[in-house]
Design a binder for this molecule. Sequence first.
Ligand code: DPP
Ligand code: ZN
Length: 854
Amino acid sequence: QNAHYLADYRPYPFVLTATRMTFELHPQATRVVTALSLAPRDPQQAEDLVLDGGKGVKLVSLTIDGVAPDPSRIIRREETLTISAAALPPHPFLLETAVQIDPSANTAFEGLYISNGMFCTQCEAEGFRHITFYPDRPDVMATFHVTIDSDLPVLLSNGNPVGQSQGRAEWHDPWPKPSYLFALVAGDLVAVSDSFTTRSGRRVALNVWVRPGDQDRAGFAMESLVKSMSWDEAVYGREYDLDVFNIVAVDDFNMGAMENKGLNIFNSKLVLASPDTATDTDYDRIEAVIAHEYFHNWTGNRITCRDWFQLCLKEGLTVFRDQQFTSDLRSAAVKRIEDVQALRARQFREDQGPLAHPPRPDRYEEINNFYTATVYEKGAEVIGMLKRLVGDDGYRRALDLYFDRHDGDAATIEDWLQVFQDATGRDLTQFKRWYTDAGTPRLSLAEDWQPGDTGGTLTLTFTQDNPPTPGQTQKSPRVIPVAVGLIGPNGDEIVPTQVLEMTEASQSFSFDGLGARPVVSALRGFSAPVTLSRPLDDATRAFLLAHDTDPFARWEAGRDLALSALTAASRGQAVSGDYVDAIGHLIADGNADPAFRALCLNLPGEEEIATRLSSQGIVPVPDAIHVAREALARRIAETHLDLLSRLYDDMAVPGPYRPDASDAARRSLRHAVLALLTRIDGGERAEILFGIAGNMTERMAALTALLRRGLGQAELAALHDQFAGNRLVMDKWFGIQPMAAPPAQAVQIAHALSQRKDFDWKNPNRFRALIGGLSANHAGFHAADGSGYDFVANWLLRMDPLNPQIAARMSTAFETWTRYDAGRRARALTALERIAAADGLSRNTSEMVSRMIA
Ligand code: DPP
Ligand code: ZN
């Protein structure tokens, strides 16, 4: 009864052209006056006017062309306000409402709320309906004129400033936009400012707004913004289209950041960075997310989504664009490997369990539950495949056509695919299944080698299997681009990368005229988001790790070697020395990129091992996985002690901290080595590093290594003493302890932390740090006695009434529960059922839990 279906779409029966709003800001009683210029879509067809409006929106007055209608014509329901057709003229009219809302009571951080005395908004997906009565849907687009009355010093909204006086600011946004892109900020803020001149000569004022005192941590965000603006002009030909671009950092924020037109609002952790408070990973993420939100100005704002089922239209494309940006600025190989790692850790995991859904779902109860790895990251992978299939030129032509044809539109996935068809002539009917079908295809590869007088022939037979997912039992084959190359026995590449296009359930491709049987390098660059299984022995994997020219495939060979060792060990089987030997060669290879070596040296995480086992039909045992991984790390450290010790010393980065790719690469390798050595050196190196560290990257690496060994208490205390007043550092402090704890202590540590006065759990970052930290400790969260499940369930129940989005998001800790043994399953199910049975459970959490226990 709560469900929304893609098939039910119909256009809004009224056309809205302009929205004018006045906000009289007050913490408990903000008055919002809204004037909507509306017209019936079809004047012959009288329809009721249905506006969205949440419970907290109190109607004060309503007029149509200045006249109050008969009150019986206005019907207030829980989430809507309806004006009956009989009260509406058959021609354009002005609807004016005045409402009152209470931002101080808004703990859900949706709509207008207060964070640290600052008013701010979050309207995607459906927050605007908590501000005023409105057709709160993405296909209703209007220009906005906003007046803010408040004594606060800085008053911001979308578009260009058109009037500023004491206690009042006026903003006009000339680009028609849906309500989810509305934003307002009012507070005591200071700006770090710069400017950018676009290709066509528009001078744009740039500001990053932060709280007084935080200015010295906003510079990197600003640099990232300038780079993003140039990159989008150079690579996509997209220019910025207003006179100002504002970014605001907010401490209480449900998501990472939000692309509101001309006024991006960011979680402060994705803006503020200084060497002593932020890690290399934080810097990377800030650069990528600033870019992501900026890129939305075209892919999301100028061209938006017709309805929320099309969310991946803007998110998949914008993630793809921010990935390209990072590859261009940093190392493309490293970026690709990191993206695949993240995809597997989050999206493959989602696909394996009860929450699997297609990039374009066709049913939802609560759209906030679909801001997922499938919509974002798999949505980006699908675009990567399209680009591979049509080529770089085809992609560029298709994107140019997309921007030309759909600027100003609220578009669909069908529109998106149509521009590719029209620009390249390629039929994408079958390809579209990537958008509509859920699940990770399983691809298997069999090889047949026939020697011959004029050269041998190698035949590769690929077979795809599309496993059933909730609501989708039968699936047809997909188009799968498989990039392959062939490597001769001496290690030279004899056939460079080519893309084999698979369209059938099973398909063979032959290479002839080959001198000797080559080794196949398959799925180069991770050319499709599938799992590939092939009978490959460890010696051949080690060969690929040494010789493959494709960096992803090379890394993957090492990964497979490690996983084969780890899955065997976790099942009590003997482990060959191939991986340990191969890793030795890699450590010694001073020519290889340090970041790449670090990626190879970091063992697969316990969660990843569990996912691999489960995909092989084996029930993962969390404690056994933990023990196996620890043992392998120790063995590597013991076997290569001298080599590793030297590398640790060699990779020290002299001079002041710089967050650039090359310094960060050296640190990442050094810290991967440190993690191994700390297993056998009693923590000596890590303690020294923590003590002399000149930046947070080194400190966190040292601390993590120590905590994993059950050490690090003095270091924790020191960090706390120094940074008790810094929220973002304290979030790390809360998160790292349950995450890196030895599994047997993880729940107890999380529990003790949750009792502290400074566990400010209503702050989403703090809550995510602790609850997410425990969930990321695989063997800790999945403790056999169910204590991890109970702890997390208790906190979800506590958070749900205040902030349903966060509770629902964090409930994904349970999304893999069905893959474990009967004892764990029973305990997880008990916890989930307890959540499901709670009185007044939000629609958000209720949908998540019911999908998980279905
Ligand atoms: N649309 C945001 C983003 O992904 C999320 N609210 O950028
Ligand atoms: Zn986005």
